[in-house]
Design a binder for this molecule. Structure first.
Ligand SMILES: O=C(O)CCC(=O)C(=O)O
Ligand SMILES: [Mn+2]
Length: 202
């Protein structure tokens, strides 16, 4: 008997999102062996969340979300140096799924916990030199859908993507040199969301 396995296997191919000056690819549901809800609950409960302040133009500000940095390399941004915690078993499982889907390897992950609609992330590029000139950054989201906004640095162009529960977004090519991205606060109630950005640090 020939088993029609393809009937049971979810789509694992990323779809390119056309964008100038960079590369974006999206998968609505990353293939994982647990439900998105179970992963979200474990990430929220088991992560050593930090409430860091960042220095912007010489002033300290509380970051409007919680964060954690895991993996094999130090990370410096906005006047902070983050010493990594080791990858957890769950993070390694998600990393493996992301590596299979994207065909790239990662050695670090930044976790961001948006507790509700008031949490956000300011516009920035992931362009630290340790990431290399054309970094592949793989972003996995669990929980509430939030709008990921990209703004071109020179052109009057904005791209908005709804990043839903279980989705994978790959940023690659020259994207970080030409675009900045962020997550705005929302004006209507939103449940918790955890986003993981897998990176390769040299
Ligand atoms: O939460 C998101 O979708 C964006 C996260 C992000 O840009 C980052 O971690 O650098
Ligand atoms: Mn980013």
């Amino acid at each position: 008997m020939i088993l029609r396995m393809d009937l049971f296997v979810a789509n694992t191919e990323l779809t390119a999102i056309p964008i100038e000056d960079g590369r974006l690819a999206f998968l609505e549901q990353l293939a994982l062996p647990w439900s998105n809800a179970a992963i979200l609950a474990r990430l929220i409960a088991d992560t050593a969340w930090r409430a860091d302040s960042i220095t912007l133009y010489g002033r300290r500000h509380a970051q409007p979300r919680l964060t954690a940095w895991h993996g094999e390399a130090r990370y410096r941004y906005s006047g902070m140096t983050l010493e990594p915690l080791p990858f957890t078993a769950l993070q390694l499982d998600i990393k493996r799924a992301v590596e299979l889907a994207t065909g790239r390897r990662y050695n670090s992950v930044l976790l961001n916990y948006y507790r509700d609609e008031r949490d956000s992330m300011g516009f920035h590029a992931d362009d630290e030199k340790e990431l290399g000139p054309e970094p592949a950054i793989a972003s996995v989201s669990f929980g509430a859908t939030r709008t990921f906004i990209l703004k071109h640095r020179r052109l009057p162009k904005t791209v908005k993507l709804a990043l839903g529960d279980g989705s994978l977004l790959l940023m690659a090519g020259a994207l970080q040199s030409h675009w900045r991205h962020g997550i705005n606060k929302e004006s209507t109630p939103r449940g918790p969301r955890v986003n993981l950005t897998f990176r390769h640090i040299d």
